[in-house]
Design a protein. Structure first.
Length: 463
């Protein structure tokens, strides 16, 4: 059989050589006309190529002959010793194995080993899998112990279970949806489509989304480096939900000098956002604007700056008139140190945000007034090693409805990472919280702990 295959290949080789030579002779006039070279020169070049191919065929013949001779010189293998080194374990072979008797005539050839076939999906099944989005589930369990009479929390609660579905729709758009399941109900936290290939370098989002106001307002609960949200966001920017509404967002990169990355965002929302805004009429829209600047200070250090503005109608209701507005101003700064080669072992992040609220409302005497409240926080976190992160946060904020009441707080945070898919966090929180009368305070001392776990593919959030 091997001789037949060898002879057939040689015949095919000589036939292809002859056919190639005849084809070359037939193409010679065409080549001369196309390339502008004499036919004699082209023929000499083709003959040289054919000669080279013949030499290569001769070399291959010699190699085939050597392989055939080596195969015929090998002794017949006994099927009883066809074990590879990977299959032999200590204790499988006896200390003095008996000799294998030589048989006068070769026995029947051993059956060829069965090869496991890997199941291949195709057709409609394959297409269905390709169209499925990335689905994830994030669990957030929180416990609280200690003393707090102003804003007490539950002792134990499954704070949130977030289901995320993300997929690329086509080359021009992608979709993201995050549904939050809590103990009190279901909420669509975010669900929007992003168009990435618009003219003039624009990027547009349509749906329900967190407003691009500052930094903390854009971050989901499970992505925060602490368990609770800062006092300033609770008092001035709507708390846990924040400015989160149905609307349209347009973002564009802006030209900037000296290696700065600039990004501008303009957003229009329906006007309903927690305790911040309320739309009593169709035209009671709210707007958000954000300007971001980013720059790498070194290979491991970068600086992120931003300013924000938002405007909407107050949540006093239509009975008090449509001219009660709330204006919010914000500024944020983030400094990161994250060495490229040691990022999972050592990194540092410092962040601070400033907020200023101007809220129209009625005074105690039913007179029109504007409350001006200021708030801020500063936080830092340092990754000690691959498993442990320590951090702290300082808070100070007035209240949107009564700027004379000011809350102050401090938190110490310790986080343990069993893996990238789970976190265990503990936080001590001290609060110097204002009472109803200016100058009266109540101190809160609490210990919070949190368990986070992730299942499935969950895309990264903006940093």
């Amino acid at each position: 059989m091997k001789r037949f295959v060898l002879v057939s290949s040689l015949i095919l080789g000589f036939g292809s050589d002859a056919f190639g030579k005849q084809a070359a002779e037939a193409r010679a006039p065409e080549v001369q006309n196309a390339g502008g070279l004499p036919a004699e020169t082209r023929m000499k070049a083709l003959e040289e190529e054919v000669r080279t191919l013949a030499e290569e065929v001769a070399v291959l013949r010699g190699e085939l002959k050597a392989v055939r001779d080596a195969k015929s010189a090998e002794p017949a293998s006994d099927p009883r010793i066809l074990l590879t080194a990977a299959h032999i374990e200590p204790g499988m072979l006896p200390a003095n194995p008996p000799p294998i008797a030589a048989s006068a005539s070769p026995g029947p050839a051993p059956a060829s080993p069965q090869v496991a076939q890997t199941q291949t999906y195709g057709g409609a099944t394959s297409n269905a899998k390709l169209l499925n989005p990335d689905i994830s589930l994030i669990g957030d369990f929180i416990g609280t112990a200690g003393h707090n009479t102003i804003s007490p929390s539950r002792s134990l609660e499954l704070h949130e279970s977030e289901v995320g579905m993300q997929a690329i729709i086509d080359p021009y758009a992608r979709a993201d949806a995050f549904i939050s399941f809590g103990e009190t109900g279901v909420n669509v936290e975010e669900a929007y489509v992003t168009f990435t290939s618009l003219p003039a370098g624009l990027l547009m989002k349509v749906g329900k989304m967190r407003a691009d106001f500052g930094k903390v307002n854009t971050i989901h609960n499970h992505a925060l480096p602490y368990i609770d949200r800062p006092l300033a966001t609770n008092n001035l920017v709507g708390g846990e939900d924040g400015i989160d509404d149905a609307g349209i967002s347009i973002t564009r990169f802006l030209p900037a000098p000296k290696n700065w990355f600039m990004e501008g965002t303009a957003q229009v929302f329906r006007g309903d956002s927690s305790t911040v805004y309320a739309a009593n009429r169709r035209q009671d829209l709210s707007v958000v604007g954000h300007l971001r600047g980013y720059r790498d200070l070194s290979e491991s250090t970068n600086l992120d700056l931003g300013i924000s503005y938002s405007r909407g109608h107050s949540n006093l209701g239509f009975d008090f008139g449509p001219n009660f507005l709330t204006n919010l101003y914000g500024a944020d700064a983030t400094l990161r140190w994250k060495p490229l080669r040691r990022a999972i072992y050592k990194n540092f992040l410092f962040r601070t945000e400033l907020f200023w609220s101007a809220r129209d409302q009625l005074s105690a005497l039913n007179a029109f007034e504007t409350q001006h409240a200021f708030g801020m926080y500063s936080s830092a976190e340092y990754r000690v090693n691959r498993r442990w992160t320590v951090g702290g946060r300082f808070d100070r904020s007035g209240r949107a409805t009564n700027a004379n009441l000011t809350d102050t707080g401090f938190s110490g945070i310790l986080t343990y990472w069993p893996s990238e898919f789970s976190q265990i966090r503990g936080q001590y929180r001290f609060g110097h919280l204002a009472l109803a009368n200016p100058g009266d305070f109540s101190n809160a001392n609490e210990f919070l702990f949190q368990f986070l776990f992730v299942m499935g593919a969950h895309g990264a959030h903006p940093f």
